[in-house]
Write a protein that binds this ligand. Structure first.
Ligand SMILES: [Cu+2]
Length: 571
């Protein structure tokens, strides 16, 4: 990944890249990695911008090499001695009893990724943060302390909290928790499954630097899921770094506002070389969470068969086999995998990346983790249960009450679009080229320089209410408790920069009933779902919890560039 190339003048790079399509260039994933090799990360005590490494053989257009974001670069503890900070530890699983009090602290930590050591952030000094494991219907108090140098909050992603004041939204449900201060959260866990917590302020910085952790809600019934040999949480992430460290963030607004900040280094549970060992014949239940700022993953478990069991807020109506798991930022999937053959199984992110400038799609396969399958036999053989695909009558019965609403007209219609201002001219010109090819999903950063230079001050992502003309935070939707609301979301392919958006709704659960008018054949309760470019997605939302809530895009840079709306549910 960190293969280095000699410093090549930008104009030569353009000429070479456009004139040839040699396989060597096409496979060059770090062509521009050396551009700034002589540029110090720090000048005196001040941090300066350095160009991010490129993800592929992207030509650098004339005029782009002098561009940099209009905001100042920011890194926590920049210029300070890394050894002053405590070394972060791998996460622990905390079994939390009903009625218990949990201490959670956000702080600066020392982390080593690959062979480099940085100052990052962690909950309780861990990466990821501790897994809070609770029983369904438990009530838990979290005493949260902010020991980072920025205001923060904790959002309990996917929990249908009965009190919105603990949802963690600054200015709507609580004031920001200032540095050195604390806040007490009262949580309830009404649904089984996998959830996660993260800040809801400058997620592009805080979450990216390591502030995230899972919540695992155990069912009450023993046979709620099929039996497996073991359970493993895998948190998927990426981080953007070069030989001098983490590429700085924007101080007053995020960089990478157009496409979100894609990392160039893949992380599973915070490390680049995640490994585990299982016995031949074992069935492993993986709890997958994508915490990346912008990247959607397509996870493949070598050739091992995968069974999809559940997603964000429930099991599926029917379990189903799959070859891979597509998971957009903030989504979760629970999958069972059977390891039938001894030997290493490489878990990969296997996608079709796009090179906008050549108009080419190319396969991009990155290793996420390695599972060593040892010879032997598992203590108990669950392979027979693995091969049975359960029909979950409990989920079907729960959803039955909502089926009469599936074909109703939408209550609200949103169009997803973007407005830009004061972007440098070369970027505006290049965007004309860029939008010749509009993939429904953006698997990679197809224009790293332009993306980096665009900041939240120049890019405004918009949730446009088609019926009222209101936009984003001007929207003031109001519902009654237990309303069943259809929100039809259209991701316009004609906007300045069309991109997929993972749409998240706080405090409630929804069904994706239709995509482009086609009924969804296998339903699951969700809190986050991807809206591909050009698609229309129908969200049938069960407004189960009163309070003041948010709906927004879960690409961190889009959220902080305006892509959110408030709504209220009254008793
Ligand atoms: Cu978005």
């Amino acid at each position: 990944m960190t293969q280095r190339f000699p410093l090549v003048p930008a104009v030569f790079t353009v000429a070479i890249s456009l004139a040839t399509s040699s396989p060597v260039l096409a496979q060059d994933h770090d062509m521009h990695a050396g551009h700034n090799m002589d540029m110090p990360a720090m000048v005196g005590d001040s941090l300066v911008w350095r160009m991010p490494p490129m993800d592929m053989s992207m030509p650098m257009m004339p005029g782009m090499d002098t561009q940099e974001p209009i905001v100042a670069p920011f890194l926590p503890a920049a210029g300070m001695d890394v050894s002053m900070f405590p070394e972060a530890r791998p996460f622990e699983i905390m079994d939390v009893e009903d009625g218990a009090m949990v201490h959670l602290e956000a702080g600066l930590v020392r982390r080593t990724i690959g062979d480099q050591t940085f100052v990052m952030m962690g909950y309780n000094g861990q990466y990821p943060g501790p897994v809070l494991r609770v029983k369904k219907n438990a009530r838990v108090t979290v005493h949260f302390v902010n020991n980072i140098q920025m205001p923060t909050t904790v959002h309990w992603h996917g929990l249908r909290l009965d009190d919105y004041r603990f949802d963690g939204i600054p200015g709507i449900s609580q004031p920001p928790v200032e540095s050195g201060e604390s806040f007490q959260y009262e949580l309830n866990f009404p649904d089984e499954g996998l959830y996660w917590y993260h800040p809801h302020m400058r997620e592009d910085v805080q979450q990216d630097l390591g502030l995230y952790g899972n919540m695992l809600v155990d069912p009450i019934e023993d046979d709620y899921y099929a039996p497996v040999n073991r359970e493993v949480t895998l948190v998927l992430d990426d981080i953007l770094m070069d030989s001098q460290g983490i590429i700085p963030y924007g101080d007053s607004a995020p960089t990478h506002a157009l496409m979100g900040r894609f990392g160039n280094v893949m992380l599973v549970n915070g490390v680049t070389n995640y490994e585990m060992t299982v016995k031949k014949g074992e069935v492993v239940r993986f709890f997958l969470t994508n915490v990346a700022n912008s990247r959607s993953f397509n996870v493949v478990f070598g050739g091992a068969p995968i069974k999809v069991v559940a997603s964000d807020v429930s099991k599926y109506e029917r379990e189903m086999p799959t070859g891979s798991v597509v998971i957009s930022p903030a989504e979760r999937y629970i999958v069972d995998v059977l390891f039938e053959d001894a030997g290493p199984v490489t878990v990969t992110n296997a996608v079709q990346a796009i090179d906008h400038f050549r108009g080419e799609f190319y396969p991009d396969v990155r290793t996420l983790a390695v599972i060593n399958v040892e010879d032997g036999t598992p203590e108990t053989d669950f392979s027979q249960e693995f091969r049975e695909f359960r029909t979950n009558e409990d989920v079907i019965a729960d959803i039955d009450a909502f089926r009469p609403f599936f074909d109703k007209e939408p209550d609200h219609r949103l169009e997803l679009t973007v407005r830009v201002n004061n972007l440098p001219l070369p970027i505006m010109m290049m965007m004309e080229v860029d939008t010749l090819y509009v993939p429904p999903m953006e698997w990679n950063d197809a224009m790293p320089m332009m993306n980096w230079v665009s900041t939240g001050e120049q890019v405004e992502w918009i949730l446009h209410d088609v019926d009222t003309g209101k936009e984003s935070m001007e929207i003031d939707w109001s519902f009654k408790k237990d309303d069943v609301v259809k929100i039809r979301v259209f991701n316009s392919p004609r906007s300045f920069h069309p991109m997929n958006h993972p749409f998240h709704i706080h405090g409630q659960r929804f069904l994706v009933t239709h995509i482009d008018g086609v009924p969804n054949p296998n339903l699951v309760w969700k809190d986050t779902a991807i809206v591909p470019v050009g698609s229309t997605v129908d969200f049938l939302v069960h407004m189960s919890n009163p309070g003041k809530w948010m709906a927004h895009c879960h690409i961190a840079e889009h959220l902080h560039s305006g892509m959110m709306l408030p709504f209220e549910v009254t008793e």
